[in-house]
Write a protein that binds this ligand. Sequence first.
Ligand code: FMN
Ligand code: FE2
Ligand code: FE2
Length: 397
Amino acid sequence: MHNVRKVTEDVYYVGASDRRLNLFENIYPIPNGISYNSYLVLDEKTVLLDTIDHSVSRQFLENVEYVLGERTLDYLIVNHMEPDHCATIGDIVLRYPDVTIVGNAKTFTMMKQFFGFDVDGHSKVIKEGETLNTGRHTFAFAMIPMVHWPECMVTYDAADKILFSADAFGTFGALNGNIFADEVDFEKEWLAEARRYLANIVGKYGTQVLGALKKAAALDIRMICPLHGPVWRENLGWFIEKYQTWANYTPEDHTVLILYASIYGNTENAVNALAGKLADAGERKIAMYDVSVTDPSYLLAEAFRCDRIVFACPTYNAGIFPKMETLLAELAAHNFQKRKIVIIENGTWAISSGKQMREILSSLKGMEIMESTLTVKSSLKDEQLPSLDEIVNFLTA
Ligand SMILES: Cc1cc2nc3c(=O)[nH]c(=O)nc-3n(C[C@H](O)[C@H](O)[C@H](O)COP(=O)(O)O)c2cc1C
Ligand SMILES: [Fe+2]
Ligand SMILES: [Fe+2]
């Protein structure tokens, strides 16, 4: 049975969702599943925008076949060559051998690497600014390199003012019948996953995301059709502004985030004491995570959200506790910036985790790191309570 929804009069959603996959890209947990979006346009010519992941190919091919009816597929526009979107291009070419594939030069270099079919025999190479007219619709193409791969582009339909945005404006999460953001409580049910998607998938490329947003700002966009998650047809400005905030590494909330590692509970005890004092000082909605318990992808997203971060960590084999080290490496790899930072270290004989954490954190741009590190020698002592007050003062100043 087909699972299709109309996006506009002649644009159809033909994608599908996977709720079985444990790890997206074999690294990110997706407890709410993931959708792979694809759109089919029935104009004088028929146009498919991107394909989907292998895992949902059966549903996808059935959807395409149903929407096409007696017609064949004339064009396939490929905005992104990552296999979560391009995996079924080969199947499409087999089923619709006369299809013309539209992409940029880099698209086809990658296509030849991934596939064995006669790519040149099907390709139409386009450049930035070129258009494809299919009857009522005219599609224009704009390159958005590194959002998320070098060949990435977006397609703008001037007729209905739709931006087919590739990985940009995507989110984790399966689509449960409601394919439009205005059909769900996006802020409550989806925003955290959209942030986690952005931070982890393209968070490293803030500058490139901003460049893409700048290009988009020049267009009159009424609808955004991303490759993952809901379609936007209302309140676009709100979501675009979120992207602007995240891509700029601007904190979203005035919230203290406490990220701690602890083997025997003493570091945890120290940050609990700090959290209590922060609450006494009027801080609300303090966020606190054990880095051994929560997957780093969630912690990275929380770091993108919060404006002040406390890192607390025991020394471990003369280094930083490995789970914390991984998280710090992730933050550095994602070009993380512009936060107020507090460092707390722990150790029993040769304490060095604070110094090593400081080295990593001070290599990041725009960090305001509290000068003194709080050193816990095995466990926090009463006489150290004034040090916690100093931390509270620094964070709330
Ligand atoms: C495998 C292992 C390696 C450790 N390596 C060091 C070390 O190199 N230097 C040090 O001062 N403490 C080291 N420690 C001790 C812990 O950092 C210390 O006991 C700390 O108080 C633990 O804090 P926690 O109660 O929050 O787990 C190590 C502990 C373990 C279990
Ligand atoms: Fe991608
Ligand atoms: Fe993707």
